[in-house]
Design a protein. Structure first.
Length: 81
């Protein structure tokens, strides 16, 4: 395993998760959570757990993101803050 690549992927995963928490727009949050799932998929692949990475890509970045986007379009996108 290449530790620099692992550190870079971990950095991007943490940044996308923290940004998703702090963003007020719901659609931006969904996109950032999809990016987080994608980075987690890459981390699992780098660790050698290809089956877990495939499941994370299919469920986390694929299906969950699509359901969240459908839910966002059925609600209001901006908060009153």
């Amino acid at each position: 395993m290449i530790w620099q690549l692992n550190f870079l992927l971990l950095f991007f995963a943490v940044v996308s998760a923290l940004t998703a928490i702090s963003v007020k727009d719901l659609l931006s949050t969904v996109v950032l959570l999809g990016a987080f799932s994608f980075f987690m998929c890459l981390i699992w692949t780098e660790m050698g757990a290809v089956d877990v990475a495939f499941t994370e890509a299919a469920v986390g970045a694929g299906v969950s993101t699509a359901f969240f986007i459908a839910a966002v379009y059925n609600t209001t996108r901006r908060t009153k803050d």
